[in-house]
Design a protein around this ligand. Structure first.
Ligand code: ATP
Ligand code: MG
Length: 401
């Protein structure tokens, strides 16, 4: 099969392939960009595989960076662009179920494609647009199938992360997992426990951000794979309940975690997310959104809880709530938020400094308490946000305490 209209990214990179070929080696586009082009999707990074060894690549091109030379990867810098170029290689060993003990550079494209995870990821594209399909990846693309290259059992045994990749592609592409591949996931699921959390996290988030999340989430649950992810063991029913949602559409990573923690009824979100190695900044947003979401569920979302959540967490909470209750009037709630007298402490016309200057209050916990009470009354609309009024209130509060 030959592709006629190559995306611009390939056209831009073509001179790199041509130069390698002129030096007497083979070079192809490989991986996700080939798969996505054939699916008519937008591509991001263009990966190149070549029969030239890293030293040979460095000899051919003046400007290169050793980005992963021990694995055969060299970045070629060409007209302001960087192209990751990896020497054809075979892998062996895999004694730890995640990484090959040995990488061997080879001259054969077929050997390189053979070590790849899925048939749809084992296609190569020549500079002239010819698609090299040695493992029936085109048929699987056409029939929307996730299938391991070669013996799935061996492939998952070599690298357990491939099981997570299989289900995340099912979700991203809205594909079905082929029977033997799924059976091998069931059989090898416990090996996922050997994989670093950070790598599982990446695949899980991609699954949750997919086009058809249920397509990935369902086999994730039924295969038992979920049990070998951090913290999921006791949550089979909660995860199954997620599948009952009409649609699972997450706009960003924060939303994935907020939805997940809400669905799993997690009461200590920070502890849960830390195990998943989620960043502290993300944890803060998710925590706030989750509080908001629980308030909403208990019909206790009021001015104060919206104020403490802030706009970002409120929007996150509403996006998740809408998955559970499609009729939810988000605009109405957001309008209530926008109408709050103040959105944060800086907008309060009173602060510690003013209090110290203009009253006889002394620094200490009492001052903090008074300020908090003033802030609360402004947020709920009990008093206008005017300096003289707030000072008066502060003095009253001080006198009664
Ligand atoms: P994405 O669009 O998410 O980047 P991708 O298929 O390009 O998808 P990458 O992680 O960028 O995924 O990997 C590039 C290619 O390397 C894959 O298409 C696949 O051929 C191969 N590959 C990646 N990870 C593995 C793995 N764990 N085992 C075997 N082959 C892999
Ligand atoms: Mg990629």
């Amino acid at each position: 099969m030959r592709l006629n209209n190559l995306p611009q990214e390939f056209i831009d990179a073509k001179p790199v392939l041509d130069t390698i070929k002129e030096a007497g080696f083979e070079a192809y586009f490989v991986g996700g960009s080939v798969r996505d082009t054939l699916l008519g999707l937008k591509i991001h990074d263009v990966d190149i595989a070549t029969s030239a060894y890293p030293e040979e690549i460095k000899h051919i091109f003046k400007k290169t960076v050793d980005t992963g030379i021990e694995h055969g990867t060299v970045m070629i810098l060409d007209h302001g662009q960087g192209y990751e170029t990896t020497t054809f290689r075979t892998e062996s060993g895999y004694q730890d179920y995640r990484r090959p003990d040995k990488v061997t550079f080879v001259r054969s494209l077929k050997d390189d494609l053979k070590r790849r995870d899925l048939t749809i990821n084992a296609l190569a594209l020549a500079a002239d647009g010819e698609v090299i399909d040695l493992f029936d990846g085109l048929k699987d693309l056409q029939e929307r199938r996730i299938k391991a290259v070669g013996n799935p059992n061996e492939r998952f045994h070599e690298d357990a992360l491939r099981m997570m990749r299989a289900i995340r592609f099912a979700s991203q592409l809205n594909f079905e997992i082929e029977d033997a591949t799924l059976a091998a996931i069931v059989q090898n699921a416990p090996l996922l426990a050997k994989i670093a959390v950070e790598r599982i996290n990446v695949e899980f988030v991609k699954l949750m951000l997919g086009k058809d999340v249920k397509k990935g989430l369902e086999p994730f649950i039924t295969s038992g794979l979920y049990q070998y992810c951090p913290q999921f063991l006791k949550h089979q029913q909660d995860l199954k309940d997620l599948l009952k949602l009409n649609q699972i559409t997450c706009e960003n990573e924060e939303m994935c975690w907020t939805l997940l923690l809400f669905a799993l009824h997690i009461t200590k979100p920070a502890a849960f997310l830390k195990v998943w190695k989620v960043s502290n900044e993300m944890i803060r947003h998710v925590e706030k959104a989750l509080t908001c979401l629980n308030d909403l569920k208990q019909e206790q979302l009021d001015a104060l809880s919206m104020y403490h959540a802030g706009e970002k967490a409120l929007k996150l909470a509403l996006a998740v709530a809408k998955l559970y209750q499609p009729s939810l009037d988000k605009a109405h709630i957001l309008a209530d938020y926008q109408a709050l007298p103040i959105k944060n402490k800086d907008e309060l016309r009173l602060n510690g400094k003013i209090l110290l200057q203009e009253t006889n209050l002394k620094p200490g916990p009492q001052l903090g308490k008074i300020l908090n009470e003033v802030e609360r009354q402004v947020v709920i609309g009990q008093i206008k946000n005017e300096k003289t009024k707030l000072l008066q209130l502060a003095q009253q509060l001080n006198a009664t305490k």
